[in-house]
Ligand binder design. Sequence first.
Ligand code: PLP
Length: 282
Amino acid sequence: PICYLNGDYQPLDEACVPVLDRGFIFGDGVYEVIPVYAGKPFRLDHHLERLNDSLNNIYLANPLSDEQWTRIIQQVIMHNAEGDQSIYLQVTRGVAKRDHGFPGETRPTVFVMSNPFSAVDTKLLEEGVGAITLEDIRWQYCHIKSIALLPNILLRQQALNAGAAEAILLKADKVTEGAASNVFAVLDGKLVTPPKGECLLPGITRDLVVELADKHDIACEQRDISREELLHAAEIWITSSTREILPVTHLDGHPVGDGLPGPLWQKMYAIYQDHKNELRQA
Ligand code: PLP
């Protein structure tokens, strides 16, 4: 695979970053993951806007214009697989002597790579996945897509160790999001997802699901979900760019609803796939 690093396209296994890069030393950087269908980046404008927000929130000037980002992403796509892929990009505050304060004149490190996009396993769509609830131990700025993911990694691993696919996080008894996904629940026949704010990442897939619900007259509320509501939800879904919309059919070892992917999920999943296919053919 060919990646982009600081102006050059090169084989991924030859790309190197100095050990004093602040991404390596401090986790001082932000990232994006963008699905690519039939060579076309999906909702690229939304991802570039969120990248810009993340950079602003860490006081790092965007090193590239949207046009430059778009060109680099297209080049990386062209250098890699014909089929579906996912673009990973990250920007760090660059290489500098180790010191917490921002360095003066350091050039940010810009890295873009492509990974094959593996379609979601049909077994997961037929049976759904398990999730466990865990206390949200992360920091107060979860709206920033920070590369410092140690809490998310520990939470996800705790879920995997419990035989589940995701950890659904609760802060002060309210659902925030998953370790690497956003959460939807069907409560009293209505689709509900927590409101955007500093407690969760504004997921591009989340926003698309809200948008598609609106377009197809599916009632969708953005409001807090209590632990109690989550435990009794008729359906629970998790959303992310790489896992799309997955039905959670077991929560903390108990079935969600009747323990099978629910009717509203079936409907939204079909709408989402149609939307993707329109883009493929566009
Ligand atoms: N929340 C967290 C913490 C994530 O890491 C992710 C993505 O991996 C998401 C939500 C979903 O965001 P998106 O739909 O933009 O992929």
